[in-house]
Structure formats: C-alpha cells, structure tokens
Design a protein around this ligand. Structure first.
Ligand code: URA
Length: 188
C-alpha cells in the first residue's frame, strides 16, 4: 500500500493518459490529511494547472466562501482533490478513459484520509463516486452511505457562478452538511 509520499510522487510523474502532454502541473490535492470531510471536484482548470493547487480560480474562491459558512476550510478541517489530476484542455469534461486512468490515485487518497463525509462537487464526481446514473438537479443534497463513508453531492461552484438561481438550494445543502458533521461528532 502506497504511503502519502509514494502516492504523491507517482502521481506527479504520471503519464497514464494523454492529459500529461498538455498539463503544466499535476494537481494532487490540498488540505488536512486527517480531515473528517473530503471534497472532490472533477478536474483542474487553468489556474489550478498553473499553480498545482485545487480550486484556486474563481470557482475555488466561491468554494472557500461556501465552506466558511459551515466552519470548514482547507487549512483546518477538509481535504480537497479531483477525479482527474491534470487539466482537460479548454476545461472540457474529463473523458471516461481519463477518469479510469486516474481514479486509483483518488481511491488511495480516500483510503489514507479516511473521511467520515465525502462531498462530490458537481455531476462528474457524483457519477463517478456515488452512482453512474446520478442526476445532480434531482439528487443533490441526498445522502448515501458507501464503505462506511457518508456521501452527498452539491452543485459545482462553477455552476453556481453561472447560475446564481442555484445558490439557495446549495445553501440548504451546506446546512445539511453541517448538520451531518454535528450528528457524526455527537456519536463519537
Ligand atoms: N474545478 C474542479 O472541478 N476542480 C478544480 O480543482 C478547479 C475547478
């Protein structure tokens, strides 16, 4: 089983799919490696590709604001990663083949973090981690338990930048995440 150091080194050297040819940086993950809450996006955008850090562009700024509403932050109590670690050109959706090539890195990150709660950011992550038939418009905010982890999905922050009409529902989803964290902490 790979340690954090081995996993990160292998990931930074990765050439498993064509995205390695156009990337500037592999975007491995950021945050507390012992976090109870893990957030998973789809893949790096331009700013993330240039910096090597997830969610640092406009969507990332909104994500940080959303997390702060429920007392979460990448510095203190969350770990943030993506389904694919290299930027798909022009921010297209990552292809199934690219996701397949990359997913073992995320799976090992999840094993190492051992989150109690995992939140998918948007449709792509929800389809990959919760259910291939996931419908984000209908199912966001619902909870399922998989392998002992409570999982849910919310709209991707980029979708919330494009459509502010989705924000009230997401606010409710954020409050439900806070309630789930409190429920879990009350049990231990
Ligand atoms: N969108 C994502 O899904 N992930 C990032 O890291 C940045 C934007």
């Amino acid at each position: 089983m790979q340690t954090w150091e081995e996993l990160k080194k292998n990931c930074l050297d990765c050439t498993r799919c064509g995205l390695c040819e156009t990337r500037h940086h592999v975007v491995f993950g950021v945050g507390r490696e012992d976090a109870d809450v893990m957030l998973v996006g789809e893949g790096p955008g331009e700013q993330e590709d240039l910096s090597g850090i997830p969610f640092v562009g406009p969507a990332g700024k909104l994500l940080d604001d959303m997390l702060s509403i429920i007392d979460l932050s990448r510095e203190q109590n969350c770990y943030i990663a993506n389904i694919v670690k290299c930027r798909p050109p022009r921010n297209r959706d990552p292809m199934e083949t690219e996701q397949d090539a990359c997913i073992s890195y995320l799976n090992r990150q999840i094993q190492l973090v051992q989150p109690k709660i995992l939140i998918c950011l948007g449709r792509i992550a929800a389809k990959r981690l919760i259910d291939p038939d996931y419908r984000i418009t209908r199912q966001h905010g619902q909870w399922v338990q998989k392998d002992g982890i409570w999982m849910s999905a919310i709209y991707h922050p980029s979708a919330l930048l494009r459509d502010v009409g989705k924000r009230p529902e997401t606010f409710d989803d954020l409050l439900a995440i806070r309630a789930k964290i409190q429920e879990i902490h009350a049990k231990v």
